[in-house]
Design a protein around this ligand. Structure first.
Ligand SMILES: [Zn+2]
Length: 370
């Protein structure tokens, strides 16, 4: 969720920073100095939309992976059991999970909803991004992604091109600063579903992305018929707070909704898109829950990265959406690398860590038993 590093303000409060030392500091360790994630546009590729053709429009399967945080180096905590269990490379465990989840789900599409890699230390963000793209490609399934607040780079336009150039990539966010759409079509080429992908960068669904969304909603409002759709983004909107508190939510909520600088205007636009069935996001690793506002389901994905925070409380996995495009209905379930699947009990909000298979990593039990 949050970047724990120094903010510009707190750093300047330390005093005595010369221009030269600022430059050195920003290149090496000052994450806040990297350009805002995905906002600068690229004009290399003009497309702002891609197409995914699926065989069976009564069963479109989308696997959401999120917050993989590749290359984050974490210190072992006091409750560390991963090393004892033989996990020396957390990213390798994440990759192993990804592959197993794809084998289990056989999805038509993988959607990675942000924080694929972790920051830009020593200008290495581009290398990390390239590794993320190759890892997604290795799944052998078409994929899309949206930018997360930790997906930092020195050269953002090149980053759009790198996402676009993945062999299995349907990313078309270059001209829109990370905002684009995906048209899911049936074997006959007719529209079946639409994905509205947005860049919530570091600040939430505000500024350029809110402008893009407003324009999109203007266009959609004019249309008598609209294909059912999902909105896909990293940081939740403030409306998620309403969804968590209006009595409609079901799932695990272990941290406050981190909507950053978005204060409600985004959902005013989203609700104008009459075809919108749901929004799904990441960012808050220890929440896996959804609730409904004005008929739109607001969903947190299941965090997927063992290098990201929160694995001690909520085990990592993915979320599978099975969509009947013909009936404009869908269902989701959280899914784990050992094949365990979980749907929350309707109307129940869980605010504590439980000894349940949808929260506890099975490896932890194995280490305890050994
Ligand atoms: Zn995040």
């Amino acid at each position: 969720m949050k970047n724990q590093k120094l903010t510009r303000r707190s750093f300047l409060k330390l005093g005595g920073a010369t221009a030269a030392s600022l430059t050195i500091f920003s290149r090496n360790s000052w994450a806040a100095a990297s350009p805002n994630t995905g906002v600068a546009v690229s004009t290399t590729y003009p497309e702002t939309s891609s197409e995914l053709r699926i065989k069976d429009t009564s069963r479109f399967k989308l696997l959401q992976l999120t917050d993989s945080h590749f290359f984050q180096v974490r210190k072992d905590g006091p409750d560390e059991y991963l090393l004892k269990a033989g996990v020396t490379n957390r990213d390798a465990r994440t990759m192993d999970d990804w592959k197993r989840l794809v084998d289990l789900c056989q999805p038509d599409l993988v959607a990675h909803t942000g924080d694929m890699w972790h920051n830009n230390p020593e200008g290495r963000g581009a290398e990390y991004q390239q590794a993320g793209v190759e890892r997604l490609d290795s799944l052998g399934v078409p994929w899309i992604c949206v930018w997360g607040n930790h997906d930092e780079l020195d050269d953002v336009p090149k980053g759009h091109d790198r996402f676009h150039d993945g062999k299995q990539s349907l990313y078309r966010g270059g001209p829109g600063g990370g905002n684009y759409t995906v048209n899911v079509v049936g074997p006959d080429g007719k529209p079946a579903w639409k994905l509205i992908c947005m860049n919530t960068n570091k600040n939430g669904l505000v500024e350029e992305s809110l402008g893009w969304l407003t324009k999109f909603a203007d266009e959609r409002e004019q249309k008598a018929y609209a294909t059912p759709s999902f909105a896909v983004h990293h940081i939740p909107t403030k409306a998620y707070i309403t969804a968590m508190t209006n009595g409609t939510c079901s799932g695990v909520l272990l941290e406050p909704v981190s909507h950053e600088k978005e204060t409600g205007a985004a959902f005013d636009q989203l609700r104008r898109i009459k075809s919108l069935r749901a929004c799904f996001c990441g960012h808050d690793h220890i929440s896996d829950i959804s609730g409904t506002v004005d008929g739109v389901e607001l969903i947190f994905g299941r965090s997927s990265g063992w290098s990201g925070y929160g694995w001690e409380k909520v085990r990592k996995g993915g979320k599978l959406y099975t969509v009947n495009c013909q009936a404009a209905t869908y269902a989701w379930e959280s899914i784990f690398s050992d094949g365990f699947r979980w749907q929350p009990e309707k109307g129940k909000r869980i605010n504590e860590v439980l000894d349940e298979p949808f929260m506890q990593d099975p490896l932890k039990k194995q280490v305890k038993a050994a």
